[in-house]
Ligand binder design. Structure first.
Ligand code: ATP
Ligand code: MG
Length: 268
């Protein structure tokens, strides 16, 4: 076969050198060395998005504390990524402000009693006890009031995601596989339903798959990125960084990733 033009479409993710250097320093101070920086969302995607969802088209949404990251997959790979500077901690702050209580108390209320959508509220869902800012005065709040505080913020986050998806031009491509929600924020009760309503996509929670260990760690969406990194191919010696279950796929990905990287380095 003869050819005169070789083309490739690549998704280049960049990071500021000073940010990376600060992270490297922090990791070194903790007694570890960095082999290579890897975009966390790709690592999380390795363990929460299935091959079928990547092929058909889906959107990965990692709802963290400070940020929400999205990645669009179709035809087997990532075509678009975006980071929003809003995450589940904004719900905590709203609750702390609305209930005049501490952030830690607000976080507990959110995690133990929070619900993302008023339509999921039961008539007799009652009241929640908590302590005021001083940590001593006992207060009560109805579940209805909690949802009135939580729901608008959750809607805001998914509306922003929807806008980014529309702007990316890939909104139609993710319809078959729908949305996969991960990150600690995805544990908020009713968040799948909120995502379905606002994004108009079928949604599911993406728990890390294919890793054996303590279930409160390996099955927790907060650890999806860390767990994904364990099996992620890195450039150091071109070998697997762990005994991943899907060894063949990862080794193949390593060599492809390495070739793309070399190409990017030579070109730029
Ligand atoms: N059971 C739960 N119910 C509701 N929210 C929860 C639950 N557990 C954790 N969260 C929320 O998840 C958020 C933290 O998520 P995660 O651990 O993924 O963040 P992070 O990766 O540290 O942050 P970022 O990605 O922004 O850097 C917090 O807002 C926390 O309150
Ligand atoms: Mg995160």
């Amino acid at each position: 076969m003869e050819g005169s033009l070789l083309e490739v479409d690549v998704q280049i993710v960049t990071a500021s050198r000073s940010h990376l250097s600060n992270i490297f320093k922090a990791i070194n101070m903790a007694g570890f060395t960095v082999t290579e920086p890897i975009y966390g969302l790709l690592a999380a995607g390795e363990v929460v998005v299935t091959q079928e969802e990547r092929d058909l088209g889906s959107i990965l949404i990692d709802v963290g504390g400070q940020t929400t990251d999205i990645a669009v997959y179709f035809d087997g790979c990532v075509h678009y990524t975006e980071k929003l500077s809003i995450g589940a901690d904004s719900v905590t702050r709203d609750l702390a402000y609305g209930l005049r209580t501490s952030l830690s108390q607000a976080q507990q209320i959110k995690e133990n009693h929070g619900v993302a959508m008023s339509s999921l509220l039961d008539q007799n869902d009652g009241e929640v006890n908590f302590t005021a800012m001083d940590g001593r005065t006992f207060r009560k709040v109805s579940r209805r009031t909690l949802i009135d505080i939580i729901e608008p913020r959750v809607e805001e986050i998914f509306t922003l995601i929807s806008e980014k998806l529309q702007d990316s031009g890939y909104a139609d491509r993710v319809v078959p596989g729908g949305a996969v929600l991960t990150g600690g924020g995805s544990l908020l009760k009713g968040i799948e339903q909120a995502a379905e309503k606002i994004l108009q996509l079928s949604s599911r929670i993406g728990l890390p798959q294919g890793v054996i260990g303590k279930s409160d760690i390996v099955g927790h969406p907060s650890y999806a990125t860390a767990i994904g990194l364990l099996g992620f191919p890195y450039r150091g010696d071109g070998q697997l960084s762990s005994t991943s279950a899907n060894k063949r796929r990862t080794v193949r990905a390593a060599s492809v990733a390495q070739r793309v990287k070399e190409w990017v380095e030579e070109t730029f």
